[in-house]
Design a protein. Structure first.
Ligand code: BG6
Length: 509
């Protein structure tokens, strides 16, 4: 674990509650679970945006309530002309809507006191002055954490601004995805970022890597001897990474119109998860080893063939404010990709995601090859319910299931699909889960880049995306509440999508 040496050495107090105990005992990356001891000024760019409201403010509030924030001030900034009271109201209603658990006045008061709002209209010097004034209130020199929760086209200007305002010393910067919009813009942004920051200051966030269940893929694969021997082309038929959403684009249409499902979800989250599934065992659980292995997967990815892609748009999308009437932005995408290396050659990876679909789910499903011959008579049921699967559910209440054929009790030899299931919510640790953003903000304050992406990997992902970005297939309309355009079935045939599940997850008794 590569943490800031300044931050080491102060263990959590036992009385900070269950989250602190989890951080000490159960954290995947930092079994020591040291709290960031150095005071921080966190500057939140895009502080009135959707992400800030849904995830960042509730996440920071949760960390504050759990005693997992160091001594810190939060400087919220955006282009909206608001006074501090108005911003506090926005922050409070965001936390009321999206934070977990009851918000007591005491916890809220403590959190609100940390937040100062600076409108972008005060210019870069207004922001810098506020940061410096707040820094002067600490006894020791604080660290700066800049969170750039802004769309890709705004990233250049903000990075430059930070440089000009002299806010880069003692600083770390979290950059939101998508990082650029294609290979060219990603390279440009990376070179600008390198002019202003050193590499170890930059935290390119992909919140899927902060999900407990995504990290469990690593634990499952590399902490056990059971599955690794069959984790290859000899035994695996195909892999699905499927993230349908019931949410529409709603107030984000201006952002989404420029982005679309591929840039928003695939080149970012789904391919990062694919790397966790496909990578070779890293030599250590630290950023360089993990990123080396992920980047090898990305280097082996074949360029995305537009012929293996289905793009869809839900009916009515073009009626939303900020969307062009003839928009061909995709709100759905399904594709097949291949990793051309010894472990995976010939094993298709099917990826799917979209808005306004029938169900919200986030699953990774590994389909094993069927036995080469069957001794079971016709009509026994063997093979009728698809191959054996290992399924990771990446939802916050994460689950894992291994399905297989077993004998139905009674006379004869009828076979049914059975499953072994593990659900995090059935364990005593379930209250301890950190939401992905909480986990990653916490890691970045401790200087731990293990669960962040790096420039080389991101550029390679844009490189393999170029054929699709240059020659996107036409978008096909689909009904709100469906599973996407019918062509997504042909894409995967003769196999079929796991979702919707034929059997539900077992419920806790
Ligand atoms: C975000 C995308 O990065 O991830 C959103 O911009 C998407 O469009 C979201 O809804 C999904 O994340 P989660 O954690 O809710 O699965």
């Amino acid at each position: 674990m590569a943490a800031d040496p300044e931050d080491e050495g102060r263990p959590f107090d036992d009385d900070l509650g269950p989250l602190a105990v989890l951080a000490r005992e159960g954290s995947l990356i930092d079994p020591g679970g040291h709290a960031p001891a150095t005071p921080h000024v966190i500057v939140l760019f895009g502080a009135t945006g959707d992400l800030a409201k849904r995830k960042l403010l509730p996440g920071l509030f949760h960390l504050s309530r759990a005693g997992m924030l160091p001594d810190c001030h939060i400087v919220a900034t955006s282009l909206d002309a608001l006074d501090e009271g108005e911003y506090h109201d926005i922050a409070r209603s965001a936390c009321d809507e999206f934070a977990r658990g009851l918000i007591t006045n005491e916890h809220w008061g403590e959190f609100e006191r940390r937040i100062t709002y600076v409108s972008g209209h005060h210019g870069v010097h207004g922001l810098a002055d506020t940061v410096r004034t707040l820094e002067a209130t600490f006894d020791t020199e604080p660290r700066r954490l800049h969170y750039l929760s802004i769309p890709p086209h705004a990233a250049d200007a903000v990075v430059r601004t930070l440089g000009e305002a002299g806010l880069t010393d003692r600083a770390r910067v979290i950059m939101e995805k998508p990082f650029g919009t294609d290979l060219h813009s990603a390279r440009q942004l990376n070179s600008l970022v390198r002019e202003v920051f050193d590499d170890d200051q930059v935290f390119r966030i992909d919140h899927f890597l902060g999900k407990e269940a995504a990290q469990n893929i690593l634990a499952f694969r590399f902490a056990n001897g059971l599955f690794e021997p069959i984790w290859n082309r000899q035994h695996i038929d195909h892999v699905q990474i499927d993230v349908p959403e019931t949410l529409g684009v709603e107030s984000r249409s201006a952002f989404y119109e420029q982005t679309g499902a591929y840039r928003d979800m695939v080149v970012t989250h789904l391919l990062q998860v694919l790397a966790f599934v496909a990578m070779e065992p890293p030599t250590e659980l630290e950023p360089r080893s993990i990123n080396e292995e992920k980047n090898k997967v990305f280097r082996s990815l074949r360029p995305i063939d537009p012929g293996n892609v289905v793009r869809g748009q839900y009916e009515g999308y073009t009626h939303a404010d900020g969307v062009a009437p003839d928009s061909d932005t995709e709100t759905f995408i399904a594709l097949r990709c291949e990793i051309d290396n010894w472990r995976w050659a010939g094993v298709p990876f099917f990826l799917r995601t979209g808005k306004h679909l029938a169900e919200g789910a986030r699953i990774v499903s590994i389909a094993f090859r069927e036995p080469p011959k069957s001794m079971f008579p016709a009509g026994s049921g063997v093979g009728t319910q698809g191959p054996d699967h290992l399924t990771f559910d990446l939802a916050d209440a994460s689950k894992l299931s291994l399905s297989f054929y077993g004998k139905r009790p009674g006379p004869g030899m009828k076979l049914d699909k059975l499953s072994l299931q593990f659900a995090l919510h059935e364990t005593e640790e379930s209250d301890n889960v950190l939401e992905a953003y909480e986990r990653l903000i916490h890691d970045s304050m401790a200087g731990d880049q293990t669960l962040f992406t790096n420039a080389e990997g991101i550029e390679r992902l844009w490189e393999v995306s170029q054929p699709l970005l240059e020659h996107p297939p036409e978008v096909q309309l689909y009904r709100v509440g469906s599973w996407g355009p019918p062509a997504m079935r042909e894409l995967i045939a003769p196999r079929s999508w796991r979702l919707p599940f034929e059997r539900g997850w077992r419920q806790k008794r």
